[in-house]
Each structure stands twice: as structure tokens, then as C-alpha cells.
Design a protein around this ligand. Structure first.
Ligand code: K7E
Ligand code: CUA
Length: 667
């Protein structure tokens, strides 16, 4: 039983894992044993060799800090995109160009806990341009460019800790929001998070909700303002849609503000709060000068499209809004205690709050909320924020849906699907009548679920993906550590049907999926050499060279099937800083070259056609050091190799380099 506790503690539902044991011992699947339904399921997920999947699915990697791209319905893994984590596979975070992407006010942070991918939107529909993701541990938001499937930008979020309720976009990405899970003692003089006694939690700790502006054309992000709110733990968020699209909703727990033993202390109150923020009003207040600029310290890292180099900017101020100064901007709505996800249906009217400890799922009504605000139907106020009366906002409850509701998504036919962590199932219910229609067991202990477009105005999915926390006996055993598991469910009919299990890596919390043709048509095939503006690019082989500048040696190298130029280099000394600036001269799809140096305390480079990448090497031993291409690129790939001669420190071996007999040593 203990092993069940291996599931991530960042999911507060870990508390309830005990009850999942029963399910964990259950065997089998809902696929009927008769071969007819097996054949039908197989046909639904079978993608013939050479054919493409219907959807791209982007699954968060959780504690591996990456995004995994799968094809659906096949469940085939297509790509791993490093975002917050260094990738030894392609050199992300190791090479000189991408290292700055991981700069933060804490230094170079090569890892994070990535929970929520969210696709960018146009008019409330996924537009396939960008994927926003959050770093839960060292508060960061990243933007992945879906033409290259690479991380384009990372912004650190100051005055924050445990960046969990993020990155939720508004209907047109006017903002992507990010909220703190850990309240912290925020200093308003720029000294960051204060050093205070921990028993001052109630008085000194506050949470912040950040509103990040996204440029419509470039996707570039910037923090517009933060709202400083009471020190609750803000857990999850989602944007309104259609009529409610000016609003952003956040769940909170620990409204008791317990500073220790939250397992008990944060579950005292019968109700916690859903925070509703009118972001248009907030933006208006910020514009009118209600936002106070305070000193701050955070990093903003961006990849330049022309040079393919990241630059890192240290930002020193942020603007804050206080709810007490901004009437009409923020309200609190009671919800059953310790809620997790908040999900708004495609009409924008129904606000579903998944209370992981609650016996029912409350559905709040947007139009009732607006009426309650107009009628001032308030219970009290907290730090100047009116608390609406529960009954005045409630549309109704889904009664006895299952145990441990965490997250809900929607189909196009007015149905909702809720993940039940404790009873290990997906429950389908009608949004209008709130009547339970169907349930299907999942193996085991589901966290998020995802329907393509199921969190937008435009669900288009016939599929539902369950992302399960516990794998146990689903696959061949691989020692104590097992892959996580996803299950694909057919939701096109009245009854849900299990189609497929496939392994996933890290801990996928959430995912997004989009019709493949929206994204595939924009997918870049290679970088044009004539547009390569990297300051150390070598776009013609005759320009390949080696230059010494003090103790730095710059190798301007080219790679083309099947040689590196130069392939023999002398005049490097122990302790030199050697920079290999390698340009891949190929101008064709799918011809990367790799580059690795023996004994280098670094990863390899993987250089896309037309691109320049730089590997730093500080040789520690004299002698002859081989280097070679790591990516099998041609029949003569094994010949794509060379030598660097390293002389002892202080030796006077001159710089020399060559390629083949025809080129004489160049100095
Ligand atoms: Cu429920 Cu981080 Cu969205 Cu895990 S979270 S499951
Ligand atoms: Cu280039 Cu192998």
C-alpha cells in the first residue's frame, strides 16, 4: 500500500490515495472480451504505416520539465520538447545559444516541474500558434513555438512561489494568467520574498495573481501587472468564455491560512473560495494609474528568430494592483472545501468547481454571479474583496458523481466529463440537468483528463484522454520506477468506450490536443542559410577557420554530409575556453548533424539544417581529442570525425587547422 504514495505530492489529491487502493487492485479493462469490440477499438486507434494521426497531443512532462508530443489516436510519441530542463539529446540548455533560456533570479535553473500546457487561442478556439506552459517550482511561464516545436520564451514570475494555477489564457490571449500556490511574505520594496518568522504566516504572507500580456503578432510575453491578494493557496484557474470572457476564475484552498500541517489546518472551513477577476477592469485600473510600480527582480529570456540565440533580460520592476483600491475587479465565491480544478463549459455560463473532498460537484452560474454582484448579495468582505453568497451564485450540484473529483472537460453536445481520483473513473454528466449519464473505470487514479478543445468554446473531440497517476500492472514491469499511463476513451457515442493504453513519461498532469492539420501545415522544415544571422555563423565551407582571442579559441566549423570543416585542429591548450560554432550547411528537411567532443563536461550539439550552434569545451588534459558527428546522417556518417590536439598549458603550439590534403595548414 505504501508504494501508492509515490504519486506526486504536488497533486493535493495524494491525500486521498488510500481509497484508490481498492481500484489499484482491480484487474482488467472495460474492453469486453469478445473479439468484436476489441477489433473495433483496434480499428479506431490504428494508424497505418506512413499515415498521420488526426491530432497532435501535447502532454506535460511534470517533473521532467518537458512537453511530450504524441499523435492521437495512435498514442505514438512524436517528440520531446525540452522547456525548463536541459536536454542532453539536443543540447538545449547546454549549448551557448540556449543556456540563457534557463536564467532566473536564482541563477541557471536546469529543471522544473511542468504541469499545464495551454494552446493559444483566437476567438476562444485553439489556433495552433503557441503552447504556453508553467514551471511550478521556480515560478516561470514558457511559450513554445509550434512552427518549430521549440521553446521560444521563458519569463520568471516574481512575488510568487509554486506557480501552479497557470498558464491560463483568455479567449484571444490578451492575457495568460499565473497564480501562486504558496503564499509568501512579499516585500514591496523589491527585496523579494522576506525573511520573517514562519509563525507570522497569517499576517505577512500574501499571494499574487499575475497577468501576462501576449503580443498578438509575435507572441512575446510581458508581465502587465500583478494583483496582490490574501494569502490563500491558489490552485487552478481558467478563463471565462463568450459571455464570461472578461473574467478569469481561480480556485483557492487553505483560506484558513494555516501555516503548518496544512493536511489538517487547510481543511477546517466548510467552504473555500473561487476568486473571480474581471481582467478587463483590472487592465483598465492598471492603465488609469491604480497600479503601483514596485521594485522586483526577475528574468525574461527570449530566443531571437534570426540569430537563434537567446537573450536574457534582468527586469527590475513590476506593477501591482491592490483589490481594495479597485472596486468591481474581484469577488470571492464560496465553494465546497479544498477545490482543485475550475472548468468553464463551452457556453461560458457554467463554472464547474471540482472539490476533491466534496461529495457533490457544485456548478456555479455566470449569469447568477453577475446578478448577485448587481444586487450586492454579499456575505462579508475579505481585504476589501466582497464574498458573494453561495446560494446566490449556485446553479446546482451534481449529486454523488464519484469520489475525489479533480478536473472536468466538455464535449460539443452539452456533456461534461469529470476525473475522479479516488474512485478511479471518468464520470459523464449533462451540464444542463447535472444528471450523471455514464461512468468508466480508468487504471489507476486519474488526475487530469483532456478532450481536444474540451476547455475552449469549441470542443471537437470524439476522444478523451485520461492521464493516470498510478500504473501498477498495466505494462511489463520495469523495476520500481514505472512509466505513467494514459488511456484513450471514445466519447463519440452515449457510452464511453476504452480504446487504448499508452505509456507516458515524467508525470503528465495536463495536456492539450489540436487537429493536426491546423499545426502541421506551418511546421518548419529547415532554417534558410541565407537568413542565418548568428554572429558566429559560417555559411560557406571556405570560411571555416580557427581564431585565438586570449585564452579563448573560436572554431568556426561547418558540417555537411559527410565531413566537418576543419577536421584537424592544433594549438589548443589545457584550460583554454574553446567554442565550437558549428553551422549545418544542409538545406533539406531532416538532415541534422550532431557534434560531440571526448571528455567534454557538456552535452552534444544537435544542429538543424541552416542553423548554428555553439559548444563550449574547456580541455582538462593534454593529448589528442577526437570529435565527431553523433547523428547518423549518411552512409559515411562514421567518417564524419576529426581531431583536436591539446597541448599543455603554456606550450607554444600555434593555431593550425585543415581539412583534407588539398588545404594546407592555414597558418
Ligand atoms: Cu490536477 Cu498540477 Cu492541474 Cu496534477 S494538477 S493532476
Ligand atoms: Cu553528420 Cu553524421
Amino acid at each position: 500500500m505504501r508504494t501508492l504514495y509515490k504519486t506526486s505530492l504536488t497533486c493535493a489529491a495524494g491525500l486521498l490515495v488510500g481509497a484508490a487502493v481498492m481500484n489499484g487492485c482491480q484487474k482488467g479493462s472495460t474492453l469486453a472480451n469478445d473479439s468484436a469490440s476489441t477489433t473495433e477499438a483496434a480499428r479506431k486507434v490504428y494508424v497505418a504505416p506512413g499515415k498521420h494521426d488526426e491530432y497532435y497531443a501535447y502532454l506535460s512532462g511534470g517533473f521532467n520539465g518537458q512537453v511530450d508530443v504524441y499523435g492521437l489516436p495512435s498514442g505514438r510519441l512524436l517528440k520531446v520538447i525540452p522547456v525548463f530542463s536541459q536536454s542532453p539529446e539536443n543540447g538545449y540548455g547546454y549549448n551557448e545559444e540556449t543556456k540563457p533560456m534557463l536564467n532566473t533570479s536564482f541563477g541557471h535553473i536546469p529543471w522544473d516541474d511542468l504541469h499545464h500546457p495551454k494552446l493559444s487561442r483566437t476567438n476562444g478556439k485553439p489556433d495552433g500558434r503557441w503552447l504556453f506552459v508553467n514551471g511550478n517550482n521556480t515560478p516561470r511561464i514558457a511559450r513554445v513555438d509550434l512552427t518549430t516545436f521549440e521553446t521560444a520564451e521563458i519569463i520568471e514570475i516574481p512575488n510568487s512561489a509554486g506557480q501552479h494555477c497557470s498558464p491560463y489564457p483568455t479567449d484571444n490571449n490578451e492575457y495568460v494568467v499565473a497564480g501562486t500556490r504558496f503564499a509568501v511574505p512579499i516585500a514591496t520594496d523589491g527585496s523579494g520574498i522576506q525573511d520573517v518568522p514562519l509563525d507570522t504566516y497569517k499576517d505577512k504572507f500574501r499571494a499574487s495573481l499575475s497577468f501576462i500580456k501576449v503580443d498578438k503578432t509575435t507572441g512575446n510575453m510581458d508581465i502587465d501587472f500583478q494583483i496582490l491578494v490574501p494569502g490563500f493557496d491558489f490552485d487552478l484557474a481558467n478563463g471565462g468564455k463568450g459571455p464570461s470572457s472578461d473574467w478569469m476564475f481561480f480556485t483557492s484552498y487553505n483560506t484558513e491560512q494555516a501555516g503548518t500541517l496544512k493536511e489538517i489546518g487547510a481543511s477546517q472551513n466548510d467552504k473555500d473560495y473561487l476568486a473571480a477577476i474581471n481582467w478587463k477592469k483590472a487592465a483598465e485600473y492598471a492603465r488609469q494609474g491604480k497600479a503601483k510600480e514596485i521594485p522586483a527582480n526577475y528574468y525574461h529570456n527570449r530566443m531571437d528568430e534570426k540569430t537563434h540565440m537567446a537573450t536574457s533580460t534582468n527586469k527590475k520592476t513590476v506593477r501591482i494592483l491592490m483589490p481594495e483600491d479597485c472596486p468591481g475587479m474581484m469577488y470571492l465565491i464560496p465553494v465546497p472545501k479544498s477545490p482543485h480544478g475550475v472548468d468553464i463549459d463551452p457556453t461560458g455560463e457554467n463554472i464547474v468547481v471540482n472539490g476533491k473532498l466534496a461529495a457533490a460537484i457544485p456548478v456555479h452560474s455566470y449569469s447568477k454571479m453577475i446578478k448577485a454582484i448587481e444586487n450586492k448579495s454579499f456575505d462579508k468582505s475579505i481585504s476589501g474583496i466582497p464574498v458573494l453568497k453561495y446560494e446566490s451564485v449556485l446553479a446546482g450540484e451534481v449529486v454523488k458523481p464519484g469520489l475525489g473529483p479533480l478536473h472536468t472537460e466538455f464535449d460539443a453536445k452539452g456533456n461534461a466529463y469529470t476525473s475522479m481520483f479516488v474512485s478511479s473513473e471518468v464520470v459523464k454528466w449533462n451540464v444542463k440537468t447535472r444528471e450523471v449519464l455514464d461512468r468508466i473505470p480508468v487504471y489507476y487514479s486519474i488526475g487530469h483528463l483532456m478532450i481536444p478543445g474540451g476547455d475552449t468554446q469549441n470542443p471537437d473531440g470524439n476522444y478523451l484522454l485520461a492521464m493516470n497517476k498510478i500504473t501498477k500492472d498495466r505494462y511489463l514491469p520495469t523495476g520500481p520506477e514505472l512509466a505513467q499511463t494514459a488511456q484513450l476513451i471514445d466519447i463519440s457515442g452515449d457510452k464511453m468506450k476504452m480504446l487504448l493504453d499508452f505509456p507516458t513519461f515524467g508525470e503528465p498532469h495536463y495536456a492539450q490536443a489540436i487537429k493536426a492539420d491546423v499545426v502541421a501545415k506551418n511546421s518548419k522544415k529547415f532554417y534558410r542559410l541565407d537568413e542565418n544571422a548568428h554572429p558566429h555563423a559560417t555559411t560557406k565551407e571556405p570560411d571555416a577557420r580557427v581564431e585565438r582571442k586570449g585564452n579563448q579559441v573560436h572554431v568556426y566549423m561547418t558540417a555537411i554530409r559527410s565531413h566537418l570543416a576543419p577536421d584537424n585542429i592544433e594549438g589548443i591548450h589545457v584550460g583554454d575556453e574553446v567554442y565550437f560554432h558549428v553551422t549545418n550547411l544542409e538545406q533539406d528537411w531532416d538532415v541534422p548533424h550532431g557534434f560531440a567532443v571526448m571528455g567534454n563536461q557538456n552535452a552534444e550539439l544537435l544542429i538543424m539544417p541552416g542553423q548554428t550552434r555553439t559548444l563550449k569545451w574547456v580541455p582538462t588534459k593534454s593529448g589528442v581529442t577526437p570529435f565527431y558527428c553523433t547523428d547518423f546522417c549518411s552512409a559515411l556518417h562514421q567518417e564524419m570525425q576529426g581531431y583536436a590536439r591539446v597541448s599543455p598549458k603554456g606550450a607554444n603550439t600555434p593555431i593550425k587547422f585543415w581539412l583534407g590534403e588539398s588545404k594546407k595548414p592555414a597558418i
